[in-house]
Ligand binder design. Sequence first.
Ligand code: SF4
Length: 341
Amino acid sequence: MDAERLMNAALNEEIKRLTTLGLHRRCVESDLPRLAGLTLEINRLKKAKNAVVCAHVYQTPDIILGIGDLVGDSYKLADDCRKTAADVIVFCGVHFMAETAKILNPSKKVYVPSKNAGCSLSEAVTGADVRKLKAEHPGLPVITYINTSAEVKAESDCIVTSANAEKILRRMYEKHERLIFIPDRFMGANLAKTLGKTPGEDIILWNGTCVVHERFDPELIKVYRKNYPGLVALAHAECPSELIAEVDFMGGTGDMMRYVENTDAAAYLLVTECGFGELARLKFPNKNFIAMCRLCPYMKSITLESVLALLQDPAPEEVTVPADIAARAKISIEKMFELAA
Ligand code: SF4
């Protein structure tokens, strides 16, 4: 068999693999050969460079299923990265997640395949802001959502993700009457309500928000409930409290996926980033999902093309964290693993 025939055979095998994963249902079918060409070459380069691709659940299905090795929410990805034997981590998620991976794996090369993979929450607070907050509220522990820069993590006492925030805050309140929670004011208020705490008194909040979750309209949930009897609504904990008051379940994406898996509702309304709904549809093809989602411009700045370009020439996108900041940030991240265990 000559080289061209071999290539065509490999491409046909890759198209079959992507079809088995259900990707033909989540793209324009005539585009599948192009996607297969990209995933084939990316997976070949991954092997050659001993690289793993971490894919957050807000990425597109072609990334998650076509090239993802470690897939999950921020907590799962941070935990999985600690255990990988790969030399290179390609982070298909946003920059703060890749920084966390670098802090936990200082000897590995970590890359983000986009210059635009920021996060509105991460950009809402700086290390200087946290130092000022600590000076205004001396002695209060700073509990920080993982969606923050390494510099902010370095100023914090413990990191949380949406998967473990409630558990960790409960444990912190066993030792402290009051605490500081940054930067998501909606998540902080939602947690305060769950824990019976008063924002501004028991829990000092910051003014950060997620541009994706802050704008969902609670009134729409009532409309959907009327139109879809038996509907179960799930929302991410970054949504405003008025919206959370209208849904049946609030949590992180991992909790939301488990909820869908373990229940049998007539229909599900997933109030979060669109990539999560895409994945849920592929995982549970017999369940009925109603669209109510918003695209994250930061997450969606990563594409198969940008991953391929990075693997061909990774140097410009390497993630670095200064050693002194990494050392202090690592303590607050390790505290999360300890308290979440
Ligand atoms: S969805 Fe919101 S919190 Fe997540 S990366 Fe995008 S802007 Fe940040």
